[in-house]
Ligand binder design. Structure first.
Ligand SMILES: O=P(O)(O)OC[C@H]1O[C@H](O[C@H]2O[C@H](CO)[C@@H](O)[C@H](O)[C@H]2O)[C@H](O)[C@@H](O)[C@@H]1O
Length: 316
């Protein structure tokens, strides 16, 4: 099969620069009628039509949105992004995906590039350390996921509510010695809010807290669960399903039974490997859709900023 021609190939065949081909493709001025005719003839001769994604990558599409995820390997973010894409496509937007790795400097670099390319709007997966000043100029063109910032529209999950749902369920089932594996409170949402909700619930119900804090990965669950298995511990809540996967793996390997493990996120892999685990559906897909709709609304007309919170519910 012949390789698809690129815009550079067309430019070479016409003896003009790439920007001239781009101007012809986008029906922009500043190209002489003769040159325009020559370029169109070559385009027709080779049946050249730049794919939408290729146009988006090169900055030629009319309508482009960027999605800046924190981690390309995050199941929760993937679920949200998957829900956004069809909505953007339906409205004729080409989405491009970038990654921040929780680096504010990287977000600033990405936004700079997106500004230079005149990108229409951005969905940004927020994180602790991002400051509003870093996002100036994007007020009406940005929706933040997973973290609230009053200067921007945002879509957040009910972090504290998820922990309370699990604690209530465990208490109803007669569990009293409930441990918690969280992440560092430097992470405001998955870390601080979920941890504080656990501590508050324990104080309210006179339960003795037993907790350990680590990172967002399954290795953390595997390494830390032993620290919360004090005498009598009969249940453990993990701040995410990924952490719960690690915790369950440890219990399985050590042949420890009788501990009810809980996660947050309703990841299908957790249910598949460890069907007895409880989890909370936080609504990543619903959140992704809400963010895409909000951004599309803001791009279409002047619209008020919205702070949306997606309610969680116990998973089946
Ligand atoms: O293992 P995951 O599927 O990646 O889930 C872990 C948590 O990821 C998300 O929180 C983290 O990323 C957020 C940006 O998307 C960031 O704001 C937050 O501080 C990080 O902890 C997700 O929002 C959580 O619900 C997941 O539990």
């Amino acid at each position: 099969m012949q390789n698809r021609l690129t815009i550079n190939d067309i430019a070479r065949l016409c003896g003009v620069g790439k920007s001239t081909v781009s101007r012809v493709l986008n029906n922009e001025g500043n190209v002489s009628p003769q040159t325009r005719e020559r370029v169109l003839a070559v385009i027709e001769q080779h049946n050249f039509s730049p794919s939408k994604s290729a146009r988006a990558m090169r900055g030629f599409s009319d309508k482009i949105v960027a999605i800046i995820v924190s981690r390309l390997d995050s199941p929760s973010e993937n679920q949200a992004v998957r829900a956004m894409l069809p909505l953007f496509y339906q409205q004729g937007y080409d989405p491009i995906v970038m990654e921040s790795q929780f680096s504010a400097a990287r977000v600033e670099e990405h936004l700079q590039v997106l500004k230079q390319r005149n990108i229409d709007g951005v969905v940004l997966f927020g994180f602790t350390g991002l400051e509003p000043a870093m996002l100036s100029g994007w007020q009406n063109k940005l929706v933040m996921m997973a973290r609230a910032m009053p200067q921007f529209s945002s879509v957040c999950y009910d972090d504290a509510g998820a922990v309370r749902l699990l604690m209530n369920k465990l208490m109803q089932q007669g569990h009293q010695k409930i441990g918690f594996i969280g992440v560092s409170p430097h992470d405001t949402t998955t870390g601080q809010l979920r941890f504080e909700a656990y501590q508050a619930y324990c104080a309210e119900h006179q339960l003795t807290p037993r907790m350990a804090l680590g990172e967002l990965n399954y290795q953390s669950g595997f390494d830390l669960i032993a620290q919360v298995l004090l005498p009598g511990t009969d249940a453990v809540i993990c701040a995410s399903d990924t952490i719960a996967l690690g915790a369950e793996k440890y219990l399985q390997q050590q042949n420890i039974t009788g501990i009810q493990v809980c996660g947050i996120g309703n990841h299908p892999l957790l249910k598949f490997l460890f069907p007895k685990t409880f989890s909370v559906e936080l609504g990543y897909g619903t959140g992704g859709e809400a963010a895409a709709r909000q951004l599309l609304t803001q791009l279409g007309q002047p619209a008020p900023l919205q702070q949306i919170i997606i309610p969680g519910q116990l998973a089946d």
